[in-house]
Design a binder for this molecule. Sequence first.
Ligand code: HAM
Length: 428
Amino acid sequence: MNKKSTKDILQAPRGMRDFFGEEFKKRKNFYKIAEEISERYGFSGIETPIMEHTEIFQKGVGEGTDIVDKEMYNLTTTGGDKLTLRPEGTAAIMRAYIEHGMGSLQGAQMLYYSGPFFRHERPQKGRYRQFYQFGLEVMGSKEARYDAIIIKTGYEILKSTDKEIIVEINTLGNNEERKKYVDILRNFYMKNIDSIGESDKSRVETNPLRILDSKDKNTKSVNENAPSILNYLGDDSIKHFNIVKKILEENNIKYEVIPSLVRGLDYYEHTVFEYITINSDGNKSDALGGGGRYDGLAETLGHNKSVPSVGLGLGVDRIIDITDINIDEKSNIIPILKLTNSTNLDIYIKKIIKELNNIKKVIIINHIQKFDKQIKFIKKNGYRYFIIIDEKIIKENKIILRSLKDDINEQININELKNRIREIYKKL
Ligand code: HAM
């Protein structure tokens, strides 16, 4: 056994951290925002144990993946049970879905969860051995619109960080198409075995898909001529992918199709995706989150029915590390006050909500009350900024943006509201 000095013991284990002060608040606030947005989309919470039977991940995530082969924290209890600290959530949530017969409930189950996950990776910035995810799963539906709902909900959560978010997306086709493609890919790498990087050679047999997103320089140049999955899809898979893309376009979600995006877990079919942002050096960031469809997972785990599903995991540590999520939770809410109580102003309220959609949550203060009572409410609840609709200027599409804490009391056009609010919040 590796004997540690007292100094070593008085430090958290490698790749594991303590959170307190501002950092603690930021993290707490992130979960709050993520839960609020998820609940708005119809998700409800679930919590599962931090350990599962080892086989759940061996079968679910798959032998041959880095997670199962190298990164799991496994233990044997004194009673002889083999348990694993969860390296990811999806296989565990599927186990819970099956155990509690959620398939017999009406409609697809829309679940969110959060908490620590464990992978024995080499620690570095953005990569920890104990890391945290906020996850979403829709279980029990094949419909492509759920792939889009998952992507959109995650996108909206990430947008609350005020960063530019890009969705990288791909499809792996259905199980058969994927298998056929893996064979084609394996043949391709066999032919090019001498030209690919050393560390990728062993993957030709076990997991050729993963070679596609290799970081090795030699492999990268071989990959320029690798066959693309997009040429091996059947009509149904193309249709499924097109529906997902169309809904993203309708919702103004920026995406890029990346045919080499395959993800590191075995259970995916059809849609896979990752969210990235652009770092201050102009390069793409590591994935802030990712997910996809996993129609075959329930059966892989030994269930007698298929449970078509789709989901995502957001990497909370990375999101907090590279973005500047507001620590004051009240500052993510913008109340609207009406100076006079007239219902023909409602159309403008809708316009404001639409304009601020994705960046702040808008709430409408009870307008029956007198204006000074509304202001008292703002003070008492500590809202940082609020909007006042004044009939005199709203006809010119203008509102008043005000703060009682900062020196702000200005008239602005509704169309400029989003940029102005972003500007103000950046300075906070
Ligand atoms: P994953 O891509 O392995 O997917 O993890 C999701 C996110 O967790 C990553 O994009 C990254 O931001 C974060 N992450 C992963 N490993 C680490 C680490 N060592 N340190 C810090 N952050 C990390 C899954 O886990 C799937 N269960 C997602 C999913 C849900 N697919 C369908 N449903």
